[in-house]
Design a protein around this ligand. Sequence first.
Ligand code: GUN
Length: 293
Amino acid sequence: MAAKIIDGKQIAHDLRAEIRKDVDALKARGITPGLGVILVGDNPASKSYVTAKEKACEEIGILSDDNRIPATATQAELLALINRMNRDPRIHGILLQLPLPKHLNESEALLAIDPAKDIDGFHPVNVGRMVIGEKTYFPCTPHGVVKLLARIGAPVSGAHVVVVGRSNIVGKPVAIMLLQKAPDANATVTICHTGTRDMAFHTRQADILIVAAGRPNTITADMVKDQAIVIDVGVNRIEDASRKAGFRLVGDVDFEGVSRKASWITPVPGGVGPMTITMLLHNTVESARLAAG
Ligand code: GUN
């Protein structure tokens, strides 16, 4: 039987309706949530992510302060911009789109962001809080994955979750979030990566398989247990002359093959992507609420 599709677009839409109520309540108190956005350079994928994030802000009533600076910007210029946003009371969240051009120091820039405005959850203080299970901002993509699993009623507690990928943005945080002794979590977690011997041995054990490898067709049907839940975090551009843009988006999972075996699966696009942006809106509004007292 074919897998049920996890409709991230619809789930994101429903969550955004709830967030909009929080925005309206803040506005009634005279507070407009504000997101400071920094994009360095002109990486096409980053540009399209940032544009989508700003559009989502506008739709829900969050003000975004758009700062696109050239790839030649210096570290000092970047730090000055971050510091200006740290001091600006109209800005409740700071989004520094990653990756940065190679000559810039990413960890120094993330460290410069006020942890209270770190709505991406990338500041080491917030990463530390997440690891020890304290309240903090969760990184948006893993947070979106956890929400998707909760919305479909996935039995996460006690399940074996296998994560493919160990990035700081997705793999590591999603593994940590799902292993916490917390609602929607409490899983047994395995993390696979490029150094893993016999990846398929591990992925076949997964009740819930989360794939954030950054490579198309990383997971094929033979690597998936019957009736597993499969979350595809990958976003890869594949050349496609039949499309106006010249490319189409595919995930890291062979959707066609795996959807014949899984119980639930996320599509790409329309799965995790809309949830990432939704959690960014959520964190920004939460920061505005906290700042308002
Ligand atoms: N690059 C890829 N994903 C993300 C994200 O969630 N936030 C930021 N700031 N940069 C990213």
